[in-house]
Design a protein around this ligand. Structure first.
Ligand code: CU
Length: 319
């Protein structure tokens, strides 16, 4: 017998599969605090904290449908991406905010390699503060030789004693004191992130600060590192990490680090907290890499520079 599909079923299948993957902004539960605390109600893309990693090659096209399953309007901003204004996600300026139950299609090409992130851009202090963000990684065509790579999103959440997000996002104190500082610091929405490594391994660490106001002073222990890029843009030459690094809100730092700590020890991404140094991320050294140390890394390939034309500039005449 001939195979036949009812026309209506076929149309429904095609509507679902138009090549546009979804990012669904939705409330969800996430175990943010230690296990003896209840799970935290977050707002997350696809219900995750952080949202799903989007990873594409330089020059590739990003296509995502924002589906708003929240009860307030939302948009997505693609932080650091050189982009057509219509895709930039700024409500009432580049698009209408997406109403609850509605969707919006983002579709653009990624001109620059590097570490970027995406986040909600309507009522941002609240929507980002509740977890609506994720990493956007654009890979170089010629990537450095590595043993492993980790994307590390640092955030300080403000939780009450039941591990629920403090809902006061319009606090006069915060507004007049440079923003909302959290009381619960996490990496990738885990308070005790530990990533096993081997001695002599070379790692790429892509640091992203998703906090509203906190500047993270960071250092390395048991790791020899080089700063490769700031905000996605490669430095002309890698800069050895010899002192504190400051990771400001929304900033990204790309590091290459070699594990120098011995087997059985732990290496750390250190956070300096007043007079103390605490583990932001720990790297237990579970063995010894087969290779010895590599030579210091070379620079990442530079991103294209777009020459600016002054043909269509408008002179500003002051009265
Ligand atoms: Cu941003």
């Amino acid at each position: 017998a001939a195979l036949s599909l009812p026309a209506v079923g076929l149309r429904a299948a095609m509507a679902q599969d138009d090549g546009m993957a979804e990012l669904r902004a939705v409330k969800a539960l996430h175990q943010l605090a230690p296990a003896e605390y209840p799970a935290t109600e977050i707002w997350g893309y696809d219900g995750a904290a952080p949202g799903p990693e989007i990873r594409l090659g330089q020059g590739e096209r990003l296509r995502r449908r924002l589906v708003n399953a929240l009860d307030q309007p939302s948009t997505i901003h693609w932080h650091g991406i050189r982009i057509d204004n219509a895709m930039d996600g700024v409500p009432e300026l580049t698009q209408e905010a997406v109403a609850p139950g509605d969707s919006f299609d983002y579709d653009f090409v990624l001109p620059d390699a590097g570490t970027y992130w995406y986040h909600a851009h309507n009522q941002s202090p609240e929507q980002v503060g509740r977890g609506l963000y994720g990493p956007l990684i654009v890979e170089e065509s010629a990537a450095p030789e590595l043993d492993a790579e980790h994307v590390l999103i640092l955030d300080d959440w403000r939780l009450d004693d039941q591990a629920q997000i403090d809902p006061d996002f319009a606090s006069g104190h915060d507004l007049s004191h440079g923003g909302r500082m959290g009381n619960f610091i996490a990496t990738n929405a885990q308070f005790d992130l530990a990533l096993p490594v081997q001695q002599n391994q070379r790692l790429r660490l892509r640091l992203i600060n998703a906090a509203n106001a906190r500047i993270f002073p960071l250092g390395l222990k048991g790791l020899e590192g080089w700063i490769m890029a700031y905000d996605g843009m490669p430095l002309p030459a890698p800069v050895p990490v010899t002192s504190e690094m400051m990771l400001a809100p929304a900033q990204r730092i790309d590091l290459i680090v070699d594990v120098t700590a011995a087997e059985g020890d732990e290496a750390y991404l250190v956070r300096f907290d007043r007079d103390a140094a605490v583990a932001q991320v720990s790297f237990p050294v579970t063995g010894r890499g087969a290779l010895g140390r590599r030579p210091a890394p070379g620079a990442l390939p530079p991103n294209p520079v777009t020459a600016l034309s002054t043909d269509d500039t408008i002179p500003v005449v002051l009265p």
